[in-house]
Design a binder for this molecule. Structure first.
Ligand SMILES: [Zn+2]
Ligand SMILES: [Zn+2]
Length: 249
């Protein structure tokens, strides 16, 4: 299993990264985890436009799903004719929401490009990947992921406040890709996002192989995020960066 970080900027694109998008490859299968704003551009440095086999959307906030509109255009109007539909997994209502974002169109809609599948908590197979989904703590329905292949496991928090469901996903994972949106300070809202220190606590609790901090909001101090996470986790720790590849094979 190979993970390529396409976009890791939290809540909106930053100067050096699109919003959330991760390319997961296994046995030649290519899955996109989230497709936030700006990600379709950077994706083309790492995969052909039409080499994607499936897309999973953790939730329907713009920074995790909006470039599906751009990808719809790229698939429908491809030179030589529309490309075959690929599955898009997302929370209930994904097709309708993405259709609204795409806008009224004379001839085509989202379902011409994508076969929408509604996600529910539990385990399912997507291509060669075993995928476990759990509901995170966020203002809209949001799924965290655990992807397993050939004895390796990657856990992805998506967007979440503290929740035992993330601890379950992360347990014994080789890699925890965990959001760290908030700087550690008093009075943070509940059920929204994690601090880097909390990401470190989940990494320690799950005894994960390594922790990668992601969903890095442009106005935060990244060195401070690393220090906060390191105060709670002594294992291998790093920041996500657009274009970074983590090979777990
Ligand atoms: Zn987000
Ligand atoms: Zn969100």
């Amino acid at each position: 299993m190979r993970l390529t970080i396409i976009g890791c900027s939290g809540s909106f694109p930053g100067p050096d990264s699109p919003a959330s998008c991760y390319l997961v490859e296994a046995d030649g299968f290519r899955l996109l985890l989230d497709l936030g704003n700006g990600a379709l551009g950077a994706l083309q440095r790492h995969a052909g436009l039409y080499d994607i086999d499936a897309v999973c959307l953790s939730h329907l906030h713009a920074d995790h799903c909006l470039d599906l509109c751009s990808y719809c255009v790229a698939r429908i109007y491809a030179p030589g004719g529309a490309r075959p539909r690929i599955p898009v997994y997302g929370p209930a209502g994904t097709a309708q929401r993405m259709d609204q974002a795409f806008g009224l169109h004379e001839h085509h809609g989202m379902t011409d490009a994508f076969d929408f599948v509604t996600l529910t908590p539990g385990t399912r197979q997507i291509g060669p990947l075993g995928v476990t989904l759990a509901t995170m703590s966020h203002p809209v329905e949001t799924f965290g992921f655990r992807l397993e292949h050939a004895g390796r496991a990657v856990a992805y928090s998506a967007d979440t406040g503290p929740t035992g469901a993330l601890a379950e996903l992360a347990r014994g994972a080789d890699l925890l890709l965990c959001e760290a949106s908030f700087a550690d300070e008093p009075g943070l809202p509940e059920g929204l996002h994690l601090t880097a220190r909390q990401a470190g606590e989940y990494a320690t609790g799950g005894a994960v192989g390594q922790l990668v901090l992601t969903h890095l909001v442009p106005w935060n101090d990244r060195e401070q995020s690393l220090r906060e996470a390191a105060s709670a986790y002594t294992g291998p720790l790093s920041l996500a960066a657009s274009g970074r590849v983590v090979d777990l094979s």
